[in-house]
Design a protein around this ligand. Sequence first.
Ligand code: PMP
Length: 362
Amino acid sequence: IMSKSYNFSAGPAKLPAEVLKQVQTELLNWHNTGASVMELSHRGKDFDACAIEATNDLREILNIPNNYKILYCQGGARAQFAAVPLNILGNKISADYINSGYWSQCAIKEASKYCQVNEQNVVIKQNGLTAVKPMSEWQLNDNAAYVHYCPNETIDGVQIFEEPNFNNKTVVADLSSCILSQPIDINRYGIIYAGAQKNIGPSGITIVIVREDLIGYAQKILPSVLDYKILMDNDSMFNTPPTFAWYLSGLVFKWIKSLGGLKAMQQRNQAKAQLLYQFIDQSDFYRNNVVAANRSIMNVTFLSPNEELDKKFVSEATQANIIGIKGHRIAGGMRASIYNAMDQEGVNYLIDFMQRFEKQNH
Ligand code: PMP
């Protein structure tokens, strides 16, 4: 039986212990209602206040201008793969999609049902390592309704740090695995969306941040629950929202604020990632296949000398209370997801284990 584990899961992922403790304290009697937050009507004044507070805190943390709406959806980031084209294609028939890895490809596959997708692969090899072409080399089409990309490819461990700057182009970004990890300039995006289960809260809720002028052009066939206009007009309560996930996400926003906001998160995250990459680089046992400029600070992928040792690593790591470290089945190897809630102590613990494993198996 494990009493404490070091959780490197890609998602659902580790949540801040302080937040979970608060949830535990107030689980049976929330705000003196005598009931659990998950037992209360989403239309009651207590939950309503909690929902608004979460939105205000998120707006503050991400510095979201007033002409952007914050919507809460269900169906995960994958629902947004369909919701985006169906909400904002308008009378256009095509959209540009940047392919930088697995999740970009999933978005392309889904969008292809609803529009003509101009797919552009931006992944290249540099000295055998994976790299992403700079944005200045991305070719965008004038008649495309928008350009979609994924700044952090969770499975590949590939991140694009440049922020978009394409004149007058509507940029849509899937921030599922990097939202709230560092400050971003919201004005550069038309739509940002992210499933909650990495840096926000538990699974079941998806945050969509949309520039107002993009709302109101939905295709008739779009299911109402995914229609940004309907969500906006109903304060994201057209259907019953995942209230518990919303409440808990709000506690995570407060936790981020208490630590100093996104600048502080960025410093923490960069420091953690650097520790891990530096260790991998100085070792001749482990390796990472991504160029320094595109190494994810959220999902650190690495390999041991062979598949058998990868397996052994994962199994012995589990015995050492390290969980969620196995790479995605399509990528193999290992992946340490080090989202906001993972602290430096956890990363040091992992590095100590990696060191021991290397000595014993070199
Ligand atoms: N996009 C990215 C970048 C992801 O990491 C994930 C989930 N790992 C998804 C989309 C899919 O998210 P969901 O399961 O919430 O639909």
